[in-house]
Design a protein around this ligand. Structure first.
Ligand code: NAP
Ligand code: SF4
Length: 673
């Protein structure tokens, strides 16, 4: 008897029978466009097909050049491209998988100078102003969708998804905010829906009854001037009547001021919006966004809010998600922690997507799942992210691995990170490593401090030092006063923090500490609190589902976050999540000060100079978040002994260390052993 009867039940969609209710949603991985061999993208898809996901969607391909996400972005409009698409489709089919092509016209989000839109008005996230499409051009755009759908069918795809959400072209037509047209494609609701409906009708006519046609509909726009619930439901019905087999749902626009997929969004927060779409139609409806565990997916389906779940990032994190669900191995799922660090943030930095918790994602060809040619005895010292990853991948490659940790638990700095409100998903990473290391038969030795003496005579072929970092201490008069705390003392709750607090260092950890002291832990766990704080009406009775936020700061601490650099605070935080954190801190009243120069700490507070003027910040606690230094003590004693020693993670290089780099470095070394 499975714990996931809904997730694992088959579903008839159009003429297809899906083996389960789990779908890999569309993701831009940049594997489609970077100058990389097609085999790389094929390997990414085939590994997920082998993982038994019922259906996979490609990243969005534009039907016309002006609709691409950015210059050189995915475009599928020529017969000469058929061969590369056939290659992908056949690779997936050989593994028993099904691939659906997403057709995405980015509209005013297209980062190209000739981008187009229903009406004038630049998106705040795009430097380019769009040109307004005339009526003939809108009809021509419809034909371009039909052409791409026909090519997709010829290439062998199982179907197409028409991207009608997240603020892209079709969504821009449906929302009053971006559609002020007076022709047949604007004005009334019927006019605003017309582009979407005509595309679905025309594509259906072209591809026939047996080709899967999915429409991705914005279940909540999260933009003032967006659609309201009755309009969204009317659109869903019109899409069903136009011939779609299934509706997928999207949440918010890319320029929304409400987070939709960050870790601070409660899991399955958008269920109400999806349920409203489902209530309006008879075809299957798919839920998406912040669905990252089988339990939450099962609960969502059992509630009747949706028929399927779309998971994109969770499939980056674990290609075997669906297979593990079928086999009852949910404890060994590598859960997406919604950090965006190695997927979306990388894509916006113009590199290809991977995953913080699964650095093999997108690099399957470079790190194949095959044993090492020679099996060795390996000692890994330090069970933080780098050490755990190295031990795990080394053991999976057949090495006999012992993992030593001085403290009583696995995880190193992850144990601090998980204390921060909105970062409790790190608990899943700790659970995953604990289960996976045991399954891989790594010998774990907790509370074991390793020395050069204890290693001698042990005959390890390879020794990996992953002893991590220490918080950097500051050298300044008063730095030894009891009112001065390290971030470690604060996040591990070893010290009492006063009412008025100065945080020295506004890097990632300074921000995290400010959030730890001021944030509301309920927000990332309780939908009602989240919606209230961010001004969301999940039922979209108001236009776009936006209402006035209602936030009362905790007020336990008065917090000052300081940095010496004069750049904007938080400039180096994650591209897609930094704004969420900054906005939470601003709203909680955290005061940020830049361009300061510290002079001393005294019982009066923190003495500093800004713009040449000496000042005293009257605080009773100073928390030092001034970065880290490598802990290389053990390494220094091992090197002279001529042992085969490697050093990784923060112990190797502390500057700009994060869990993504540590885990990837651990994996890379494991493949070299
Ligand atoms: P960090 O990002 O390097 O920030 C430490 C800050 O402390 C520096 O920006 C520096 O800023 C200041 N500082 C350095 N030495 C100092 C000194 N001697 N005296 C006073 N101030 C000093 O380091 P972190 O905050 O410890 O974070 C470590 C790593 O984890 C980083 O790579 C970070 O990106 C990552 N992380 C990211 C997040 C996130 O994105 N949310 C969260 C946690 C950690 P000034 O010199 O300008 O004052
Ligand atoms: Fe999820 Fe983070 Fe991996 Fe992206 S990088 S897939 S958000 S765990």
């Amino acid at each position: 008897m499975t714990a996931y009867p809904n997730l694992l039940s088959p579903l008839q969609v159009g003429s297809l029978t899906l083996s389960n209710r789990m779908v890999m949603g569309a993701m831009h991985t940049r594997l489609e466009t970077l100058d990389q061999p097609l085999e790389r993208l094929a390997a990414f898809y085939t590994e997920r097909a082998e993982g038994e996901i019922a259906l996979m969607l490609t990243g969005g391909y534009a039907p016309v050049p002006e609709g691409v996400m950015e210059a050189g972005g995915p475009l599928f409009n020529r017969r000469e491209q058929l061969a590369e698409h056939r290659f992908l489709v056949q690779a997936v089919q050989k593994k028993g998988g099904r691939l659906v092509l997403q057709i995405l016209h980015a509209g005013r989000y297209a980062r190209v100078p000739d981008c187009v839109a229903p009406s004038a008005g630049k998106a705040r996230i795009n430097p380019y102003s769009p040109r307004v499409l005339d009526t003939d051009e809108v009809w021509a755009t419809i034909k371009s969708y039909v052409h791409t759908a026909a090519l997709a069918q010829e290439a062998g795809y199982t179907g197409v998804e028409i991207m009608g959400s997240e603020g892209y072209l079709i969504n821009e037509f449906t929302a009053p905010l971006t559609n002020q047209r007076s022709d047949e494609f604007g004005g009334s609701l019927q006019g605003r829906m017309k582009l979407a409906v005509e595309i679905v009708k025309a594509v259906r006519q072209q591809v026939g009854a047996d080709f899967l046609l999915i429409y991705r509909l914005s279940a909540i726009d999260l933009m003032e001037g967006g659609m309201c619930a009755p309009e969204i439901q009317a659109l869903a019905q019109a899409i069903e009547q136009a011939g779609a087999d299934m509706i997928n749902t999207g949440i918010g626009w890319h320029e929304s001021a409400v987070p939709t997929i960050a870790a601070s969004v409660p899991r399955a927060a958008w269920t109400t919006a999806v349920a409203q779409v489902k209530a309006a139609v008879t075809i299957p409806v798919m839920a998406s966004n912040r669905i990252n565990t089988p339990a939450i997916a099962e609960q969502l389906l059992a509630s009747g809010a949706a028929d399927l779940v779309s998971m994109a990032r969770p499939l980056l994190a674990d290609p075997d998600f669906a297979r593990k669900v079928r086999m009852g191995q949910e404890q060994s799922i590598n859960t997406c922690i919604a950090c965006n660090q190695s997927c979306l943030d990388r894509i916006f930095s113009e590199s290809s997507a991977s995953c913080l918790v699964n650095p093999r994602a997108g690099q399957e060809l470079d790190f194949p799942l095959i044993p090492a040619s020679k099996h060795k005895r390996v000692a890994v010292i330090g069970a933080g992210p780098a050490g755990m990853a190295c031990a795990l991948y080394a053991a999976r490659r057949g090495h006999k691995v012992s993992l030593f940790e001085a403290s009583g638990h696995l995880g190193g700095q992850l144990n601090l990170a998980k204390q921060v409100p909105g970062k409790n998903e790190f608990n899943e990473t700790l659970r995953y490593f604990s289960v996976a290391l045991t399954q891989a038969q790594v010998h774990i030795h907790l509370k074991t401090r390793v020395s050069s003496e204890s290693l001698q005579g042990q005959e390890y072929d390879e020794i990996v030092v992953a002893t991590g970092v220490r918080p950097r201490c500051i050298e300044m008069e008063g730095a030894q006063l009891p009112m001065v705390l390290s971030y470690e003392q604060v996040l591990s709750r070893q010290a009492q923090v006063g009412k008025r607090v100065a945080i020295i260092g506004a890097g990632g950890i300074g921000f995290d500490v400010a959030e730890f002291l001021s944030g509301d832990t309920r927000e990332s766990q309780d939908d009602t609190v989240f919606f209230k704080h961010w001004g969301v009406d999940p039922t979209s009775q108001s236009s776009g589902g936006i209402q006035k936020p209602d936030y009362a700061p905790k007020g336990l601490h008065e917090i000052y976050l300081l940095q010496r650099k004069s750049e904007a605070p938080g400039k180096r935080l994650g591209k897609t999540t930094g704004w969420v954190l900054k906005s939470r801190l601003r709203r909680a009243g955290v005061q940020m000060m830049v361009g300061v120069s510290y002079t001393k700490i005294s019982p009066q507070g923190l003495h500093y100079v800004v713009a040449g003027e000496p000042k005293i910040l009257d605080v009773d606690t100073v928390i030092v978040c001034a970065g880290q230094e490598s802990n290389r003590d053990l390494y220094a004693t091992l090197q002279p002994l001529g042992l085969p020693v490697h050093i990784i993670g923060g112990a190797e290089h502390a500057v700009e260390l994060d869990a993504a780099r540590a885990i990837e470095q651990g994996m890379r070394l494991a493949y070299r052993l």
